[in-house]
Ligand binder design. Structure first.
Ligand SMILES: Nc1ncnc2c1ncn2[C@@H]1O[C@H](COP(=O)(O)OP(=O)(O)OP(=O)(O)O)[C@@H](O)[C@H]1O
Ligand SMILES: [Mg+2]
Length: 476
């Protein structure tokens, strides 16, 4: 095959693979420039092909041009983001991999493969500006939830401020956890809280903040699992003009929480590399915005949480051990509710009082069979689930003053139906109907557990959010 034919093959390969490709020869002349690249850079193939790439991209300084670096300095650059203006003055942002191509140790060409990240960039912009406007409207004392559970200000309406007085419990292991939290309120060391979902991690974290001398400064919370990995860094550390996550300069959560506390939920969901960046920030107390070059001094107390055993998270490679040891200066473990059953009646009592007030009811007592039922239940959703059960019982109670068994709907009991073929006898209709019935029950249960939060419910059930939404429609 001759050179031109090789080139045609190469061109076809790159087109089919859908990546934008630009190849220059040793003299810097563009020998391959495919349609995808033309789309991305808004430069026509004819304008680029056969020309010196330094002329076509004359506005990129040599030291910033990845192609130039590959060609002249044999520098290989992988997954680097590049924001630049093309010859029409349009701003283009890409993630690039650029490599020199060597034959007999001579650079014969350089190749750049680029991925368009315009959509990612837009999404990040939107999240950060939502955060910004929320910060402005709520002021520095904004309670929790900057960024919100799904990357939007999910908890903006009900700013909950928990204090130690709000914490109910008698179990010795639980009280020990609270005691450690009380001590933590008097210093600024990092805190690491491990507890299953609904065990009260946020309750403790806020109590630490509002019970200590940082109470006048912001308390911000970010769930690391709720944000696409590529955006998290910009959200935590902020962005600078030209950096790929932001068209404008924006402070990240570290700067916004300065002087106060930043709660990082599900810290193990943070990409491994970002975890080491976080570790450096904890050690050095400086942050640098994405795309920025200035070190910014920050004073932020970090409270990190996980809902799985940290030892397992480390073994599985989800949590960096060095970060864990740095965060675990004050380590707090909250036992699940099923391991501190003594707390069930005390909590139930408190929630009855709380929802009496909220719903204008006068429930004075909980009937014994109800307490027995609660005592025997496993509470996979822990205190949050107990609270939801009592809430709906109080609002719907048939008797004026007593909560009875009829009022309590403890999960559908699907987890106890383990006899026979999952309880199917054939009298329930077709198998498909039966399975759909179970599916509906499970979904309703987890939805209630998560307080109607679809993202979390989908996560719990290991399904895509869109799938869950589809099913919700189906089951109304
Ligand atoms: N010991 C407790 N006393 C009173 N209320 C509690 C207690 N523990 C939890 N709660 C209540 O249960 C609910 C869940 O608590 P919280 O949001 O702190 O849990 P979490 O551990 O952060 O859960 P997740 O992992 O799902 O984020 C809240 O409404 C909280 O007020
Ligand atoms: Mg929480």
């Amino acid at each position: 095959m001759r050179g031109r034919e090789y080139m045609a093959v190469l061109q076809a390969v790159t087109e089919v693979m859908g990546e934008a490709v630009h190849i220059v020869d040793a003299a810097g002349k563009t020998i391959l420039y495919n349609e995808a690249m033309a789309q991305l850079e808004k430069i026509s193939v004819e304008d680029a092909l056969g020309k010196s790439f330094r002329k076509v991209f004359s506005n990129i300084p040599e030291e910033e041009s990845t192609l130039y670096q590959a060609l002249v300095n044999r520098r290989e650059i992988r997954n680097k983001q590049q924001t630049y203006l093309n010859i029409y003055g349009k701003q283009v942002t890409t993630i690039n991999t650029t490599i020199p191509i060597l034959v007999d140790d001579q650079v014969v060409a350089a190749m750049e493969v680029a991925r368009d990240i315009t959509e990612i960039k837009d999404m990040s912009d939107r999240i950060l500006s939502l955060q910004d406007s929320r910060e402005r409207s709520a002021g520095p004392d904004a309670g929790s939830g900057a960024g919100g559970e799904q990357g939007r200000p999910a908890r903006s309406s009900g700013i909950r401020r928990y204090h130690f007085e709000d914490i109910i419990g008698e179990d010795p292991r639980f009280l020990q956890a609270v005691e450690r939290a009380e001590k933590a309120a008097f210093n600024t060391a990092p805190v690491f809280i491990y507890g299953e979902t609904g065990t009260g991690k946020e309750l403790l974290a806020q109590s630490i903040h509002y019970g200590g001398n940082r109470q006048k400064s912001p308390f911000l919370a970010q769930n690391c699992a709720a944000i696409p990995e590529s955006l998290l860094e910009g959200i935590l550390f902020g962005t600078e003009k030209g950096g790929f996550t932001g068209a404008v300069d924006r402070a990240g959560l570290f700067e916004q929480a300065n002087g106060g506390t930043l709660l990082l939920d599900e810290v193990s969901a943070m990409p491994y590399e970002l975890q080491s960046k976080l570790l450096r920030v904890l050690q050095e107390k400086y942050i640098r915005r994405v795309g920025g070059s200035k070190d910014i001094l920050v004073d932020v107390r970090i409270i990190a949480t996980v809902n799985e055993d940290p030892r397992e998270l480390i073994a599985r490679g989800a949590l960096r051990p060095d970060l864990y040891y740095r965060l675990n200066v004050i380590g707090i473990t909250i036992p699940p509710l099923r391991e501190r059953r003594a707390d069930i009646p005390v909590l139930a009592d408190r929630f009855v009082k709380k929802y009496n007030e909220e719903y204008g009811r006068q429930i004075w007592m909980i009937a014994d069979p109800v307490l027995q039922k609660l005592a025997a239940y496993d509470f996979p959703g822990n205190v949050r689930e107990l609270e939801n059960i009592i809430m709906s019982a109080v609002s719907m109670a048939e008797d004026d003053h007593v909560l009875t068994e009829r009022d309590i709907s403890i999960s559908p009991g699907y987890h106890q139906e383990s006899e026979g073929f999952g309880g199917y006898t054939g009298a329930e209709g077709s198998l498909a109907e039966y399975l759909a019935g179970i599916e509906e029950k499970v979904i309703r249960h987890y939805l209630a557990l998560n307080g109607g939060n679809i993202t979390r419910t989908a996560k719990d059930l290991g399904m895509l959010r869109q799938n869950l939404q589809h099913k919700l429609k189906k089951y109304e």
